[in-house]
Design a protein around this ligand. Structure first.
Ligand SMILES: [Zn+2]
Length: 306
């Protein structure tokens, strides 16, 4: 990428003056989230047309900035709505990926009853079927789970095992909402024991771990270290995380995203629905061109596929 293209991306050069760039990938964002809990959440709780109307301009905005794919990380029972995502993708002109899996973080309040009674193999069968047959017209392209702090609770360990079985069968990457470095390393040990390569694992929310040495350890083991939730207030810390990991040899294992959005089900008008352009407009200009290419294109493709 030339410097001119890079500045264009940041809005510093008018679109007409530079070739359109496309290909950026946001690996972790949300369009709709419902925190009502597994027993209550569902599409009956919101007006799909309203969500569509509010989300579309935010997606068009990043498509125009060169974003070609947004990976929607809302798990099942937290507002995952593949039918809505498919409609938005079509209208906005960018890919939107959905996921399979279950979210055990926040002490398991978002788990359906069957997650407690079924075995890891039974859960994996459900997830493999979704990955194979699709859900709501979309085929999940990654596994999203969520776990609590280490030492991992048996329920969390079951989700990791189910994710391992699903990944082995489908080849999909496992993005895991993870409490901290110890929980990330415990999951990597489990995956290793289950015969899943570390390169299939994404440590989601790694910015919450203050010890850069643990980021480096996970990357050295082959895992992906995702610094998400990039916003104006946190951008300095994120940049520090990115640079420290690069200095430790981990640039080719680093992912960045915003964990931004979203339509808040249950709040009037969807509440504070943040857009997705901050990273392109404000954070990218702070990166070197080579970093941008790695963090927003090459690494996401190497991790999740094309
Ligand atoms: Zn998220």
């Amino acid at each position: 990428m030339t410097r001119r293209e890079w500045l264009r991306l940041a809005g510093a050069v008018p679109a007409a003056a530079a070739p359109r760039i496309s290909g950026w990938i946001l690996v972790h964002e949300h369009i709709l989230v419902d925190f009502a809990g597994a027993d209550l959440a569902g599409p009956h709780r919101y007006d799909r047309q309203e969500v569509f109307r509010l989300a579309l301009p935010k997606l068009k905005e990043i498509a125009a900035l060169g974003c070609r794919r947004l990976q929607e990380c809302t798990p099942n029972f937290l507002g995952r709505d593949p039918g809505l995502l498919a409609r938005l993708a079509e209208a906005a002109g960018l890919e939107i990926w959905t996921n399979t899996g279950l979210y055990g973080a926040r002490n398991h309040i978002f788990l359906p009853g069957y997650a407690r009674t079924e075995t890891a193999a039974q859960l994996a069968r459900r997830w493999i079927a979704e990955a194979r047959d699709g859900v709501g017209g979309l085929r999940p392209r990654f596994i999203k789970i969520g776990v609590n702090q280490a030492p991992l609770h048996p329920l969390d360990r079951k989700l990791v095992q189910a994710a391992a079985l699903t990944s082995r069968e489908t080849g999909l990457a496992i993005a895991s909402h993870t409490g901290g470095g110890a929980a990330a390393l415990e999951q990597l040990e489990m995956l290793d024991a289950a015969g899943v390569e570390a390169r299939r694992f994404v440590w989601v929310h790694a910015q919450n771990e203050r010890d850069h040495a643990l980021h480096a350890r996970a990357a050295k083991a082959g895992a992906w270290v995702e610094f998400d939730a990039i916003q104006a207030a946190s951008a300095d810390w994120h940049l520090t995380c990115v640079r420290k990991l690069a200095a430790a040899g981990g640039r080719a294992r680093t992912l960045i995203s915003q964990d931004s959005g979203w339509y808040h089900v249950g709040e009037p008008g969807g509440g504070d629905f943040r857009g997705y352009a901050y990273l392109f407009r404000d954070f990218v200009p702070r990166l070197e061109p080579g970093e941008v290419q790695a963090l927003l294109m090459d690494n996401p493709i190497a991790c999740f596929g094309r």
